[in-house]
Design a protein around this ligand. Structure first.
Ligand code: B16
Ligand code: MG
Length: 213
């Protein structure tokens, strides 16, 4: 097999938290009197929390101090974390769980490479807290996607050279990060239009065909 390890993005690949991100950013934007909608929310996919805040604040004519920005990011995160408590193992689809189990049975190492600082909490909500061989998340990195740091560190945690790792991503910045790290990327959802992706997945279980090569 070409690949020895698969590194999964979390939000938008293993599970879906967009709605909660949307509701939490919307609450903050409303409080600040800033226009925010689903289209703007879409631009926040795979982008770090502070970069997301910058995008949300683009619609304001005010300038904000670094202190204010940190406070707003924290405020949004408190609302988001509260909303995440609604998640349960039911938010992990049968297709994703079965595919992960089959990939593991083939002897592949499985890891997470996520920009989110809430990745471990999300994994625990969906019943996967102890499932992965490595979890590299927003707390482990200083540069977010499209910088390859999160995937390079995940590959090191899995003791697997980049060329034997496959990254699964739903965001353009994530595909770019994987390729910059010397890894093949399987793109799902919106990221499928990225030419840099080595594979396109119509559905998550298509990974079984890709991994068998
Ligand atoms: P947090 P991923 C990303 O997760 C999300 O796609 C993105 O929308 C979010 O802003 C980012 O995590 C940071 O999340 O505020 O929880 O640290 O797609 O890289 O798994
Ligand atoms: Mg994602």
């Amino acid at each position: 097999m070409k690949y020895q390890a698969i590194i999964f993005d979390l939000d938008g690949v293993i599970c879906h938290t967009d709605r909660y991100h949307y509701l939490a950013w919307k609450q903050l934007a409303d409080e600040l009197g800033i226009y925010f909608d689903e289209t703007i929310n879409h631009r926040l996919r795979g982008v770090s929390r502070m970069e997301s805040l910058e995008i949300v604040l683009e619609r304001s004519d005010r300038t904000f101090t670094e202190e204010e920005k940190l406070l707003y990011a924290e405020k949004k995160n408190e609302v988001y974390k509260e909303l995440l408590k609604q998640m349960s193992p039911k938010d992990l689809s049968e297709e994703v769980k079965q595919t992960l189990d089959e990939l593991r049975a083939k002897g592949l190492k499985l890891g997470i490479g996520s920009s989110s600082k809430n990745a471990r909490f999300i994994l625990s909500r969906i019943g996967l807290e102890d499932y992965f061989d490595a979890v590299c998340d927003g707390n482990c990195i200083s540069r977010s996607k499209p910088d390859p740091e999160v995937f390079v560190k995940a590959a090191a945690m899995l003791s697997t050279p980049a060329e034997r790792c496959l990254v699964v991503e739903d965001a353009k910045a994530g595909v770019e990060a994987a390729v910059a790290g010397g890894m093949d990327c399987a793109a799902i959802g919106d990221a499928r239009c990225c030419e840099q992706a080595a594979h396109g997945l119509t559905m998550f279980s298509d990974l079984l065909k890709v991994a068998a090569d």
